[in-house]
Ligand binder design. Structure first.
Ligand SMILES: NC(=O)c1ccc[n+]([C@@H]2O[C@H](COP(=O)([O-])OP(=O)(O)OC[C@H]3O[C@@H](n4cnc5c(N)ncnc54)[C@H](OP(=O)(O)O)[C@@H]3O)[C@@H](O)[C@H]2O)c1
Length: 177
């Protein structure tokens, strides 16, 4: 059963998250963080990731489905097919319902912009894991502003890779604290 939803996102100072259906930056440390956060479990089971169809298609074929995680694609297009073991659902509610019947630990919303927008309003959303990229890139996809329903609970040191500074931040919904 899905008890809470967590968003994982990397956004620049203008909340930009993507350009031409790709990430505008290359930050291996953030990729590692994403992989470790979304894969780690305490009970030896799997976490679920929910991904929009466009972001799914942006993942190189050899790297999808994301390994060791239960992959769920959202699309309204009934013709979309997916590899064995990957769920395809035509709404977020249907995805959550399908996940009720499949053992998993945590449930991460991994984008893109359309999926984040909907998930931010979902009552089960408690946590936003935001990698803040400390500069502005040319983006055509954006994360909505984080409003005052959320409180910043943790911030890492600032790191630098490929001349790009970034830090990890964790927001929690105040009503869930
Ligand atoms: N920086 C980051 O952390 C990060 C993370 C992920 C993605 N991104 C970026 O975000 C951009 C993509 O975002 P996007 O908004 O264009 O696309 P997206 O959210 O990945 O996918 C949109 C598609 O998802 C499906 N969809 C959306 N809402 C749905 C719903 N409620 N029920 C069922 N299906 C639904 C639709 O697919 P159909 O058209 O097939 O119906 C829609 O066209 C890319 O640039 C990507 O690189 C960035």
């Amino acid at each position: 059963m899905v008890e809470k939803l967590e968003i994982v996102v990397a956004a620049d100072l203008d909340n930009g998250i993507g350009k031409d259906n790709a990430l505008p930056w290359r930050i291996p440390g953030d990729m590692k963080f994403f992989q470790s956060l979304t894969s780690a479990t305490t009970g030896g089971g799997k976490n679920a990731i929910i991904v929009g169809r466009k972001t799914w298609e942006s993942i190189p074929e050899k790297r999808r489905p994301l390994k060791d995680r239960l992959n769920v694609i959202l699309t309204k297009n009934a013709a979309i097919t997916a590899p064995e073991g990957v769920l395809v659902c035509n709404s977020l509610e249907k995805a959550l319902k399908a996940l009720q019947g499949i053992a998993h630990e945590r449930c991460f919303i991994i984008g893109g912009a359309q999926i984040y927008k909907e998930a931010l309003q979902h009552p089960l959303l408690t946590t936003i894991h935001l990698t803040r990229i400390m500069q502005e890139f040319d983006c055509d996809a954006h994360f909505p502003p984080i409003d005052d329903r959320f409180a910043l609970q943790a911030v890492s040191d600032t790191m630098k890779e490929n001349d790009i500074e970034y830090r990890f931040q964790r927001y929690e919904k105040k009503s869930a604290l």
